[in-house]
Design a protein around this ligand. Structure first.
Ligand code: SF4
Length: 365
C-alpha cells in the first residue's frame, strides 16, 4: 500500500504525513477533491494509530434535550419549533431531573449531554438551577452542556458577559461544552443556512473564553449541504488555529446533514458513505493538534461507523439512550445502544474498546 500511496497523485501529501509535517490549506482541498479514498484513509489510520494506538473510546452517557423551542430558524434544523407549534415541548427542572434519575437507575452513566433550542422566555436561572440540581443529586456525573450558541443566548438574556455566564455555569456544575452550533464557519454558508445564528467569530470567541477558564470542549462541523471543499478546509483550519492557541478542544465531531423534515429536504440528499469516510479521514489529517476524532454513530449508521474506525476516528461516542435532534431529521439509527452492543461493534473492528469519561480518562470498574 505504501508504494502505491507514494506513487499516487497525492504522494507528496503521503510523504508529509509520514514525516509528521503539518498539512496546508491547499493540501486539504486537494484531499477533499481527490477520489483516492483508500490512500486518504490509509494515511488517516497512520495518524490515528500514532495518537491513539488501537484504542477506540466510548462513553456511557445519556442525552437530554430540555426544549425544542427555538427563536432561530436554521434551515437545516428539523428539531426546533416555535412556542405555540404542535409538538413544541419544554421540560421543567423536575422533568429533567426525573429523566436523569430514571436513566441512572437503568445505566450507571458518567456523562449527561444536555443541549436545547434558544428558548425565548426561559430565564438564565432555569439553566443554572438545572445544572446545580443535577450536580447535587449526581455529583460524580460530568455535565457536558450547552453549545456556544446557547451560551451566547444566555449572555444576551442575562445581560452578563460570556465570561461571566461561563463562570456562573461552571460554578453551578458545568463540566464542559459539547461543541455544537459551529456548522460551517463561512459567512456565505451561514447567510444561506442560518443567518440568525452566532457568526464564526462569536462561536470561536465563546470557545476561546471557555478554554481560558479551563472549561474543555469539543468542536463540530455540519457537512454536506451548500459548502464548498474550500469552506470545509477553512473551517478545519480555523479550529486548528484556535487549538494551537488554547489546547482546549478534546474531540472533533463531523456531523453529516440529515435533510428530512428541514427546509432543504427537496434540494438535498444524504451524504454518501464515501463522503462520510473522506470527511472523517481529512479531519484526522488536518486537525493534527486534536487528540480525538469522534464518529457519531447516530448520524453515520452503525456499520459505516465501524469502518470509520479505520479511517481516522478513534471515538465511537456513547450509549446516548434518547436522541431527538438527528432523529427529528429522519435518522434511522437506534436512539441508544447498550454498553454490550458498543463494545461488540468496536471489537468487530481491529481495535480495542476503552470506556472513557468525558475528559478521556480511562474508566475502570
Ligand atoms: S440548529 Fe439550534 S439554533 Fe438553529 S433552529 Fe435548530 S435548535 Fe435553533
Amino acid at each position: 500500500m505504501r508504494r502505491l500511496a507514494l506513487k499516487s497523485d497525492i504522494g507528496d501529501i503521503v510523504e508529509k504525513v509520514e514525516q509528521g509535517v503539518r498539512l496546508s490549506f491547499d493540501d486539504g482541498v486537494r484531499l477533499l477533491k481527490s477520489s483516492n479514498l483508500p490512500v486518504i484513509g490509509w494515511m488517516a489510520d497512520i495518524v490515528r494509530r500514532r495518537l491513539n494506538g488501537n484504542r477506540t473510546y466510548y462513553v456511557v452517557n445519556r442525552h437530554i434535550n430540555y426544549t425544542n423551542v427555538c427563536k432561530n430558524r436554521c434551515r437545516f434544523c428539523a428539531f426546533s419549533k416555535s412556542e405555540s407549534e404542535p409538538g413544541a415541548y419544554t421540560l421543567t427542572i423536575e422533568e429533567v431531573i426525573e429523566k436523569a434519575e430514571v436513566a441512572k437507575r437503568e445505566v450507571d452513566f458518567t456523562e449527561l449531554h444536555i443541549v436545547g433550542g434558544l428558548h425565548p422566555s426561559l430565564p438564565f436561572d432555569y439553566y443554572l438551577t438545572m445544572l446545580s440540581e443535577l450536580k447535587k443529586r449526581m455529583p460524580d456525573v460530568h455535565l457536558q452542556a450547552f453549545t456556544a450558541v446557547e451560551v451566547e443566548h444566555f449572555s444576551r438574556i442575562s445581560g452578563l458577559s460570556v465570561r461571566d455566564v461561563l463562570i456562573k455555569l461552571r460554578n453551578a456544575g458545568l463540566g464542559s461544552l459539547p461543541g455544537g452550533g459551529a456548522e460551517v464557519f463561512s459567512p456565505r454558508v451561514r447567510a444561506q443556512l442560518c443567518a440568525e445564528k452566532l457568526p464564526a467569530e462569536g462561536w470561536l470567541g465563546v470557545m476561546r473564553t471557555a478554554h481560558e477558564l479551563g472549561i474543555k470542549s469539543n468542536a463540530t462541523m455540519l457537512y454536506h449541504h451548500v459548502e464548498t471543499p474550500e469552506e470545509t478546509i477553512d473551517h478545519l483550519m480555523r479550529l486548528r488555529e484556535l487549538q494551537d492557541e488554547t489546547s482546549g478542544f478534546l474531540a472533533f465531531i463531523p456531523l453529516s446533514f440529515h435533510p428530512k423534515g428541514t427546509e432543504l429536504e427537496h434540494q438535498s440528499k444524504r451524504s454518501s458513505g464515501v463522503e462520510d469516510l473522506k470527511i472523517i479521514a481529512v479531519s484526522r489529517l488536518m486537525l493534527d493538534n486534536f487528540p480525538h476524532i469522534k464518529v457519531f454513530w447516530i448520524m453515520f449508521g452503525l456499520k459505516l461507523a465501524q469502518v470509520a474506525l479505520s479511517f481516522g476516528a478513534d471515538d465511537f461516542d456513547g450509549t446516548v439512550v434518547e436522541e431527538k435532534i438527528t432523529h427529528s431529521a429522519g435518522a434511522e439509527t437506534p436512539e441508544g445502544l447498550s454498553v454490550a452492543e458498543i463494545t461488540r461493534l468496536i471489537s468487530e473492528t481491529d481495535t480495542v474498546p476503552v470506556e472513557r469519561d468525558t475528559l478521556y480518562n480511562e474508566v475502570r470498574h
